[in-house]
Structure formats: structure tokens, C-alpha cells
Design a protein around this ligand. Structure first.
Ligand SMILES: Cc1cc2nc3c(=O)[nH]c(=O)nc-3n(C[C@H](O)[C@H](O)[C@H](O)COP(=O)(O)OP(=O)(O)OC[C@H]3O[C@@H](n4cnc5c(N)ncnc54)[C@H](O)[C@@H]3O)c2cc1C
Length: 404
């Protein structure tokens, strides 16, 4: 695949029209007035019939689970492009929307579908996939971060048929508003075992449970379309029905599930980067053609041309990474951890560089909110931090290269 197909282009056109008509006019509400993104996302689901698509996908996954087949994670359609195209197009205007959507339908629902029993899938995942409910996926803690699994301190202590959860998760996307929270915790067997080595369990919590507290949205640099917050657990009692898979040793659970999700997230970030790059390049080219100084458009200055050319190089490279990911997924070949890391590392840095160059091409207007490149630059920055920092991608790539 070296180009979007005709069908893909048709989808791009309708999504773009939706973005122009339904999202751009409300962008300031999301960006500057703290309006949560969920109504816009639900509208998108309604307009494109995505709830129906999600229901069909859910039933397929559910039947496979009942039949004992391994269900693929996430609510992904047959052609991965169908998920990635809206990602690219939404990221042209508000990457935060994609973060919120991806965490809810991809990470939260995806983890439940992958690890959960059929009953758990029906109880929680379907509503998340249709956006009737909003989900969060909580692994990060104040004292763990990049050392997410080893450093995790949130504990699950057995008490009869129940578990008692204590701890804190931080920087959790959708945390302030989530109805359903997929939460990772370390099993505390009271035997004094090294916390780093303890088993990781995955639970599902509902908003309003006793002892569960969700903070207000945090103020942050960018991605205002995606509310972020803390989740506190004070003696939250959960039955086994909330332990994904229903047993402590469910296959693919705990640490393996978290790692699987890191791969999926990293591929998604490349598509997000592509949207940011395409939009910044479009705005920069248009501006360079029309801004006249010394009696000529600044597009005629070679230093400006160099920036535009570098943007194009980034766009082509990131697009090829996305295309290659689509092709491989269709062929059933998933990226290795190191490959997904390399893709995310490059794409995230490219998006930040292109957005920053776009600000430079626009000069003072680049710094002013009206032209949107300052927003995209702030939004792009977190691509180098979440789903694993740049440094952790480097570690993953180097580890693979240096393996004996
Ligand atoms: C907007 C936003 C949304 C998020 N959403 C979620 C979410 O939905 N769910 C969730 O669970 N988490 C979420 N996160 C958390 C995110 O995954 C973490 O911020 C990220 O993993 C980095 O952890 P940290 O911030 O604690 O940085 P730290 O781990 O403290 O890292 C600090 C610095 O040290 C570097 N460093 C750390 N270890 C090494 C090493 N071994 N070698 C070299 N350098 C190293 C890092 O790269 C970084 O530069 C979100 C974060 C943000 C900002």
C-alpha cells in the first residue's frame, strides 16, 4: 500500500466534512472553556453509525470468546485503516479527542474484551465500545511512571471472597469522568514478598463505588480535548466478578496485558502524529504563500522552503509507517515491541518538530491561538511522553538490537 484507496479517500472526505462542520466550530469550547469531549464524540458515533458497527464487532468478539477462541484486542474493524483514518482526521484539529476515544474504546474496552469472561464483556465492554459509557485505563502511579509494572504500589489484598484495593493512579485519561475504570494492582499475599515481583491483577471498577475517588480534571499544557486526572482507592472492596478473567492466573492477564496494550498504543500514536503533521504542513504552506514581505511571499525564501521540505519528509515517512502498519495488520503480522517503539519514537518527534517549524513559519501568528498551530504543537508534545517516553522507546529498541 503506497496510497489511500478510493474507498479510503471517500471516508476521509466524509470524516473531514464532519470535522469541519461539527468539531471546528466547538474547538474553543474544548480548548479554552473546559467542555468535555464526550458529546462531540457521541455525535460522531451517531452520524457515522459507529455504535451499530461497535455492536456488530462486539457480538463477533463475544461469540469467539464463548467458543473459546482468542479474541483480538480492541474494537478494531477488519481493515485497520477504518480506525486509523478518523484518528488522522480528528488529530488535525484536536488530538485530545482521539486520546479520550482511544483510551475508552481501545484500551479500556479492548482490555476487557481480551481478558474478560463473556459475562464481563457484556457487563462492561459493549457500553464502552458504543460510547454509552466512558472508560479509563489506569496503570500509572505517582511513584512508578516509566517503571509502570515494577514500581506499581497499588495493592489488592484478599479478604475472603473479595479483594480490598488501596493506592493511587495518576494522569489517567478520562479519569475525572469515567464510568468504568480498568485498573491494574499488585496482589498482596501478606507474605512480605518483594513488591516488584508480585503478581499484577486487572480489575474493573464502576464510578461511585465506595472508597473510589476520581479527581477533577488537571490543568495541562495541551490535549485539552482529553480530561486527565487522579484515581484514589481507599479500601475499595471488589468481588471476583470484577477480576478480569475471574481468576488470578488468567492467560495473558496482568503484566502481559499491559505490554500488549503498549504495542497497540504505540502504533496508534503514529496515526495521531500523521494528522498533526498534515495539518501543520497545510497551514504553513498556505501561510507561506500568502504572507508577503520584501514584496514577495515568504515561500520564496529558501530558509522557509527548507522548513516546508522538512515537513514533507516527515509527512511521507510517518505516512509510510502508518501504511506499513495497516498492511502488516491486514496480513495478521503484528509489530514487535521494538518495532512499535521505533515507529512511535520517530513519529512523535516528527510531529513535535513539524508543529514547532509551523509556528516559526507563521511568526507571531504562529504563537497566536487563532491559527491553531500553537495548539497542535502543545498537543503533539505529549506524544513523546505517554504510551512510554522517548527514552523508554530508545531503551526498547536498543534492547532488541543488542539481544544475543
Ligand atoms: C496527558 C497524559 C495522559 C496520560 N494518560 C494515561 C492513562 O490513561 N493511563 C495511564 O496509566 N497513564 C497515563 N499517562 C501516564 C504516562 O504513561 C506517563 O506519564 C509516562 O509513562 C511517563 O511516566 P512519568 O510521567 O512518571 O515519567 P518518569 O517515568 O518519571 O520519567 C521521567 C524522565 O525520566 C526518563 N526515564 C525514566 N526511566 C528511564 C530509563 N530507564 N532510562 C532513561 N531515561 C529514563 C523518562 O524518559 C523521562 O524523561 C498519561 C500521561 C499524560 C501526560
Amino acid at each position: 500500500m503506497y496510497e489511500w484507496s478510493e474507498e479510503h479517500r471517500a471516508i476521509i472526505d466524509v470524516v473531514r466534512r464532519f470535522v469541519d462542520e461539527e468539531i471546528r466550530p466547538h474547538l474553543d469550547d474544548i480548548e479554552h472553556h473546559g467542555v468535555a469531549p464526550y458529546d462531540i464524540l457521541r455525535k460522531m458515533f451517531e452520524v457515522f453509525g459507529l455504535s451499530e458497527v461497535a455492536r456488530d464487532t462486539f457480538e463477533r468478539l463475544y461469540q469467539r470468546k464463548v467458543a473459546g477462541e482468542t479474541a483480538p484486542s480492541g474494537s478494531r474493524a477488519q481493515d485497520p485503516a477504518l480506525t486509523l483514518i478518523p484518528t488522522v482526521e480528528l488529530c488535525r484539529v484536536s488530538p485530545g479527542l482521539v486520546t479520550s476515544l482511544g483510551v475508552s474504546t481501545g484500551l479500556a474496552a479492548g482490555t476487557i474484551n481480551k481478558l474478560g469472561t463473556p459475562e464481563q464483556m457484556r457487563r462492561w465492554a459493549l457500553d464502552l465500545m458504543t460510547l454509552e459509557k466512558i472508560g479509563a485505563w489506569a496503570i500509572t502511579e505517582p511513584d512508578s511512571g516509566s517503571d509502570a509494572l515494577g514500581g506499581m504500589r497499588t495493592s489488592a489484598r484478599r479478604d475472603g471472597e473479595e479483594y480490598v484495593l488501596n493506592g493511587q493512579k495518576t494522569w489517567i485519561t478520562n479519569g475525572p469522568y469515567a464510568d468504568t475504570i480498568v485498573l491494574y494492582a499488585k496482589l498482596d499475599e501478606g507474605d512480605g514478598a518483594d513488591v516488584r515481583q508480585r503478581k499484577v491483577l486487572t480489575f474493573v471498577l464502576d464510578r461511585g463505588m465506595d472508597g473510589l475517588e476520581q479527581s477533577a480534571p488537571m490543568r495541562k499544557m495541551g490535549q485539552h480535548g482529553s480530561p486527565t486526572g487522579d484515581v484514589f482507592l481507599h479500601d475499595v472492596r471488589v468481588g471476583r466478578d470484577r477480576l478480569l478473567g475471574g481468576t488470578e492466573g488468567a492467560p495473558g492477564s496482568g503484566r502481559a496485558s499491559a505490554r500488549d496494550n503498549f504495542v497497540a498504543e504505540r502504533a496508534g500514536v503514529a496515526a495521531m502524529a500523521l494528522g498533526i503533521i498534515e495539518e501543520c504542513e497545510r497551514i504553513a504552506i498556505d501561510y507561506a504563500k500568502h504572507r508577503v514581505l520584501w514584496d514577495k511571499p515568504i515561500a520564496e525564501f529558501q530558509l522557509i522552503q527548507l522548513k516546508l521540505a522538512n515537513m514533507e519528509v516527515a509527512r511521507v515517512n510517518v505516512r509510510n509507517l502508518v501504511f506499513s502498519h495497516i498492511e502488516r495488520s491486514k496480513a495478521g503480522v503484528s509489530a514487535s515491541f521494538a518495532e512499535a517503539s521505533a515507529m512511535k519514537l520517530y513519529a512523535a518527534q516528527a510531529a513535535c518538530q513539524v508543529a514547532d517549524d509551523a509556528i516559526q513559519v507563521l511568526g507571531g501568528n504562529g504563537y497566536i491561538a487563532e491559527y491553531r498551530v500553537e495548539q497542535l504543537s502543545r498537543d503533539a508534545r505529549v506524544l513523546r511522553i505517554y504510551a512510554g517516553t522517548d527514552e523508554m522507546q530508545v531503551v526498547a529498541v536498543a534492547k532488541d538490537l543488542l539481544r544475543d
